[in-house]
Design a protein around this ligand. Structure first.
Ligand SMILES: CC(=O)N[C@H]1[C@@H](OP(=O)(O)OP(=O)(O)OC[C@H]2O[C@@H](n3ccc(=O)[nH]c3=O)[C@H](O)[C@@H]2O)O[C@H](CO)[C@@H](O)[C@@H]1O
Ligand SMILES: C=C(OP(=O)(O)O)C(=O)O
Length: 421
């Protein structure tokens, strides 16, 4: 199993390019199934989750060519197997995003229930309820959601859907299903993440009629057919935020090309309050930092609030900053798995339910630590970059799910980091 060996203590300098967003690429690969015509997606990141999604859609009968320049060309004229089997869903929850498009275009879908994961229970009840409001008949059998249209129906019907909480992939499933439904769908309490806006733009490029994406009320006027199109995946704000935290923690001066400051306001405001210099520049974001930063308290909330996917990385920064911080996780009930590993490196953290209090220490010391989920892994890498001596991060298959060439990018910036078997 691959591990990362990091010798800490080097500032980061230079420039790297931020990749396309995992959380936009995954729904958009599924959205390509909404048309029999050729779809071209550019700026697709080379990640384990993308490889799993491509395997999934090829398994259904679609063709998908991934070129070295990050372009994926997909054709799904017919699908002989509109299913997302457990084997694939268990390693990538986002496979649930196949449900909406398959049902909308083929009138049937069989998708494994994802089950819980390290960060929480993560049920998909809202996805099911919303699609049922559009007329879908969904039964749970043998761990699978088996969905079909009622007898005599050829399309889903538009509906008013108000979810009990804001759900990102739920909103995406409804947008894709509604694009081919009969009549209008109104999504209230919709997620507003930049990945939702990007999906809306892609659907519109395919001939869909989506308005309000990026606000809490999205309207989709269903059309009979969608056509082929080309779309460029938005840049990954979480990868960008992770590098911002890494530079703020180690000190240095880095240009993050293609980083979108307007998608990271909550994170950037907090980094500035901590004492880092962060500037939107033409074509990216420049971050500079020196000396010890001041710890910052924050609470994770839906976009445009502080993202839960950045909580672990900012916590690593707070651990070596001056003073205490209070971190409240409101999205997932079990997203502090990195705490005990950070403590093994000398961090001082108290956890009580959904609140973690960090007490800044002057230095961390390298240790063997274990990654438990994607962003927890990123926080351990940041801790390793500032720690004295060697840090070995084990189980980095989590990291490979969502970061493209993280160690190569860090090495380019001067970090002493290598992948070992
Ligand atoms: C592929 C992708 O885009 N993943 C992101 C997406 O995950 P994902 O879309 O799975 O997360 P949601 O926005 O759906 O989850 C928000 C909260 O709602 C709950 N919930 C959600 C759906 C449902 O049917 N029932 C229910 O109870 C979840 O357990 C969680 O507590 O948004 C999360 C929150 O920003 C991010 O951390 C993930 O990186
Ligand atoms: C939790 C995440 O992803 P997923 O929803 O794919 O598990 C993440 O990207 O931090």
């Amino acid at each position: 199993m691959d591990k990362l060996l990091i010798r800490g203590g080097r500032p980061l300098r230079g420039e790297i390019r931020i990749s396309g967003a995992k959380n936009a690429a995954l729904p958009e690969l599924c959205a390509a199934l909404l048309t029999p015509e050729t779809m071209t997606l550019r700026n697709i990141p080379r990640l384990q989750d993308v490889a799993t999604m491509l395997k999934l859609i090829r398994n259904m009968g679609a063709t998908a060519e991934f070129s070295p320049d990050g372009t994926v060309v997909i054709e799904s004229r017919e699908l002989h197997f509109p299913e997302a089997p457990y084997e694939m869903v268990k390693t990538m929850r986002a496979a649930v995003l196949a449900l909406g498009p398959l049902l909308a275009r083929f009138g049937e879908a069989t998708v494994s229930l994802p089950g819980g994961c390290a960060i929480g229970a993560r049920p998909v009840d809202q996805h099911i309820k919303g699609l049922e409001k559009m007329g879908a008949e969904i039964v749970i059998e043998h761990g699978y959601m088996i969905a079909k249209l009622p007898k005599g129906w050829t399309r889903l019907k538009g509906a008013n859907i108000r979810t009990d909480m804001i759900t990102v992939t739920g909103t995406e499933n409804f947008m894709m299903a509604a694009a081919l439904a009969e009549g209008e769908t109104v999504l209230e309490n919709a997620a507003m993440e930049p990945e939702i806006t990007d999906l809306g733009e892609m659907l519109n490029a395919m001939g869909a009629k989506v308005t309000g994406h990026g606000t809490s009320e999205i309207r989709i006027q269903g059309v009979e057919k969608l056509h082929g199109a080309t779309h460029k995946v938005v840049s990954d704000r979480i990868e960008c935020g992770t590098f911002l935290c890494a530079v703020a923690a180690t000190g240095g001066d880095v240009l993050l090309k293609d980083g979108r400051a307007e998608h990271l306001e909550a994170v950037i405001d907090l980094l500035k309050a901590a004492g880092a210099e962060v500037q939107a520049v033409e074509g990216g974001i420049r971050v500079r930092s020196e000396g010890r930063l001041e710890a910052q308290s924050f609470k994770t909330t839906e976009y445009p609030g502080f993202p839960t996917d950045m909580q672990a990385q900012f916590m690593a920064l707070n651990c070596i900053a001056e003073g205490d911080s209070k971190i409240t996780e409101t999205i997932f009930e079990n997203r502090f798995m990195h705490v005990s590993e950070l403590m093994r490196m000398g961090a001082r953290i108290d956890v009580d339910g959904k609140v973690a209090i960090t007490h800044g220490v002057e230095r961390l010391s390298g240790a063997i630590v274990m990654a438990t989920d994607l962003r927890a892994s990123a926080s351990l890498v940041i801790a390793g970059l500032v720690a004295d001596g060697e840090t070995m991060v084990d189980r980095i298959y989590h990291l490979d799910r969502g970061y493209e060439q993280m160690e190569a990018k860090l090495r380019e910036l001067g970090a002493d980091i290598e992948r070992v078997k």
